[in-house]
Design a protein around this ligand. Structure first.
Ligand code: URA
Length: 213
């Protein structure tokens, strides 16, 4: 964890870095982008769930009876920030297929870069669940911070944010507003440009994922 960003874990595994490079490349088409994002998300899910508690259960193997670990503690809920979060959601569900899923629709105003929420649908028992929120691009951090605030209003006390690329501004903003929320990312990029895009980044994640530009 870099000292300047105590809330951030950069998951710089060679497999992730390799796939991320091809995700960033402008010559990677929609189908490959979707597949790579899914694969990187599986690997990020593995790392973001590393600290989940386990408890022993007694099972019978074909050889003997043994006490062996299973995940314990709060049940998981994945929350996707629309629309690009859905590209990561697929990979997370591959690894955590029993998780419940919520969706938050949030848009940033291109002029002010402020976040406006237009959709919020999560499981009723959110207060009893640990949330893994997925959003590929942590840019200014305003959308993610607003989404986390809304989840906390709904009773959620344990939230982790997992993104693909983080900008220093976004990580700092999350730490200022929600210091209790750990952030996992595949890379910490250099800066935001005047339009609020991450540099070097990968462009608009939603457009890359769905071929809308
Ligand atoms: N959202 C994106 O899709 N890309 C960025 O670079 C920043 C925000």
């Amino acid at each position: 964890m870099p000292l300047e960003f105590p809330n951030l874990t950069v998951v710089n595994h060679p497999l992730i870095q390799h796939k991320l490079t091809w995700l960033r490349s402008e010559s990677t088409g929609t189908d490959s982008f979707r597949q790579l994002l899914r694969e990187v998300s599986q690997l990020l899910a593995y790392e973001a769930t590393r600290a989940l508690p386990t408890a022993l259960v007694t099972i019978k193997t074909p050889m003997t009876t043994a006490q062996l670990p299973v995940i314990s503690g709060k049940k998981l809920c994945l929350v996707s920030i629309l629309r690009a979060g859905n590209g990561m959601l697929e990979g997370f569900l591959d690894v955590i297929p029993l998780a419940r899923v919520g969706h938050i629709g949030i848009e940033r105003n291109p002029d002010t870069l402020e976040a406006a929420m237009y959709y919020f649908k999560v499981p009723n028992d959110l207060a009893c669940r640990q949330v893994l929120m997925v959003d590929p691009m942590l840019a200014t951090g305003h959308s993610c911070a607003a989404a986390v605030a809304r989840l906390k209003d709904a009773g959620c006390t344990q939230i982790t944010l997992v993104c693909l690329l983080a900008a220093p501004d976004g990580v700092r903003h999350m730490h200022e507003v929600h210091p209790d929320v750990p952030v996992f990312a595949a890379a910490l990029d250099s800066h935001l440009n005047e339009q609020g895009y991450i540099v070097p980044g990968l462009g608009d994640a939603g457009d890359r994922l769905y071929g809308t530009r």
